[in-house]
Design a protein around this ligand. Structure first.
Ligand code: ADP
Ligand code: GLC
Length: 489
């Protein structure tokens, strides 16, 4: 099966969130199971710098407002998977993030930047961009790649099936309808049955309407986005495709996130040898200037600091948590108000709260290895990866029962049936979060054996990519069968 993954970010080249982790690990897992997998990425500076053995496949010339566009074929560092790179200097070679400038403003030409990405995917699928390789399935990730599904649907001669994965429905790629002519698509798609969304152009909708199959990154989120509460205005479109929408839980890269072989952490450990985790905890307290207090419950956060992640609940619950004997270590970047609130908490509580406003992969490993619990109190969470890192590291997740958090962490079960792997709360209030943390504190203090059992249970949970990759392969086959239609057609 020849599969092309189309995305705007991939770890370790460009990463703003979990999407990049998935786009790195899933193709590699699919290749391990025999698929012939390639990637297609925009030629952002870090992508051009990071890929290996690149050469020009075709010189496309002028399109989407760029004077020079080339398609390169190169290899990903590490996995060595083939990667196509759209090199369009006018659109992609600039300082700043993949979607926004350094001040956090959306790039004003995002329509052209991401339409070009989808258009190129469709030409690879159509067989006229690379004469030596043609995907049977195009797998597009999030709104940045969603236009691939519209361009493929708009071209009758293309046999490839398209699969669209929603990683976060909150970001949809909305543009003024006046810009429609820039897309070069048939006008029949320019309606509410196509890309139009309340008078605007919606790239996410292109994926939802035109992909052969739509997935999200957890079964719970697949159900949730069919409701107005989680649908961000697209729940009706999701419901209309109910039979084609499913959830496949993300995995984690269990080579990168493995406490027994993690070069970033103070001491190696696993479920049988937990002494190393105690060493990691002490090392982290020392590194962060937190009191060397074995009794405290050490709570970590590694996250974007945004409304989605519910970290305002943690800020509000902080006085109560500190009074109970909790230590808090936060690492994140995001909304200025939340960054400021955490900075103030750090200054006001020396030795008990440490906040690092910044992004640092190795430090994230040390935090997750050293803490007792990791808090993910999200308002919505398509999947969430950090709670899974927590499970793998025996750092028990304290999560809200929503989306992928509900699908990966459990608490409760009577008597011998207790399969708890963390602490789960329902309502998005500071009190409910504080109560879940209090249960954690209580268990750790009063029942060390119960705590260790919960850690071992968490660490034993299968979280790798082998299972999800097999599910995607089955889904690709179903999408291909649908594209071919019933026998005789
Ligand atoms: P989302 O994609 O919504 O931000 P996920 O949990 O899926 O949430 O993925 C977040 C990813 O980004 C994880 O790999 C996490 O470790 C990483 N991450 C987030 N913030 C930071 C940070 N400040 N430093 C290091 N890694 C971070
Ligand atoms: C998005 C979601 C997150 C998910 C990630 C990878 O960023 O917010 O929940 O884990 O994509 O699929």
């Amino acid at each position: 099966m020849k599969v092309l993954h189309v995305a705007a970010e991939v770890y370790p080249l460009v990463k703003t969130g979990g999407l990049a982790d998935v786009v790195a690990a899933l193709p590699a897992a699919l290749a391990k199971q025999g698929a012939d997998v390639r990637l297609l990425l925009p030629g952002l500076p870090a992508v051009l710098d990071g890929v290996q053995h690149g050469h020009t496949l075709i010189d496309i010339g002028n399109c989407f407002g760029a004077l020079r566009v080339r398609l390169l074929l190169a290899r990903m560092p590490g996995t060595q998977l083939p990667v196509y790179v759209v090199d369009a200097p006018y659109l992609y070679r600039r300082d700043g993030g993949p979607y926004q400038d350094a001040q956090g403003e959306e790039w004003p030409d995002n329509l052209q930047r991401f339409a070009l990405l989808g258009w190129m995917a469709a030409h690879l699928a159509g067989g006229d961009a690379d004469l030596d390789w043609q995907p049977e399935v195009v797998h597009a990730h999030d709104w940045h790649a969603a236009m691939a599904c519209a361009y493929i649907a708009d071209h009758a001669g293309t046999a490839a099936a398209s699969v669209f994965t929603i990683h976060n429905l909150a970001f949809q790629g909305l543009f003024p309808m006046h810009d429609w002519p820039l897309l070069g698509l048939a006008s029949r798609l320019m309606s509410p049955a196509g890309l139009e969304f309340h008078g605007q152009l919606n790239f996410m909708k292109a994926g939802l309407k035109f992909a052969d199959r739509v997935t999200t990154v957890s079964p719970s989120y697949a159900r949730e986005i069919a409701s107005p509460e989680f649908g961000f205005g697209l729940d009706g479109v999701v419901r209309a495709r109910e039979a084609d929408v499913s959830g496949i839980l993300n995995g984690i890269d269990d080579a990168v996130w493995d406490p027994a072989r993690d070069p970033a952490i103070a001491a190696a450990y696993d479920a049988q040898r937990l002494q190393g985790k105690r060493d990691c905890r002490r090392a982290l307290q020392a590194e962060l200037g937190l009191q060397p207090d074995d009794d405290a419950l050490m709570l970590a956060v590694v996250s974007r600091l945004t409304g989605q992640k519910g970290l305002d609940l943690l800020v509000a619950a902080l006085p109560e948590l500190l009074a109970q004997g909790v230590q808090v270590a936060v690492q994140g970047t995001g909304e200025p108000a939340l960054e400021a609130a955490f900075r103030i908490a750090h200054q006001a509580n020396p030795g008990r709260v440490h906040v690092h406003i910044g992004y640092d992969e190795a430090r994230a490993h040390r935090l997750i290895a050293g803490a007792d619990v990791i808090a993910v109190p999200s308002r919505f969470e398509p999947c969430g990866l950090t709670q899974m890192y927590g499970l793998r590291y025996g750092t028990l997740p304290v999560v809200r029962r929503v989306g992928g958090l509900a699908d990966t962490v459990s608490e409760g079960g009577a008597g011998g049936n207790d399969h708890s792997t963390g602490f789960v709360f329902d309502v998005a209030t500071p009190a409910a979060l504080a109560e879940a943390v209090r249960r954690a504190l209580q268990l750790r203090r009063s029942d060390p054996a119960g705590w260790a059992a919960r850690m071992r249970q968490a660490m034993a949970q299968p979280l790798g990519w082998a299972g999800p990759a097999a599910q995607y392969l089955a889904l690709y086959a179903a999408a291909r069968a649908r594209r071919r239609g019933p026998p005789g057609n």
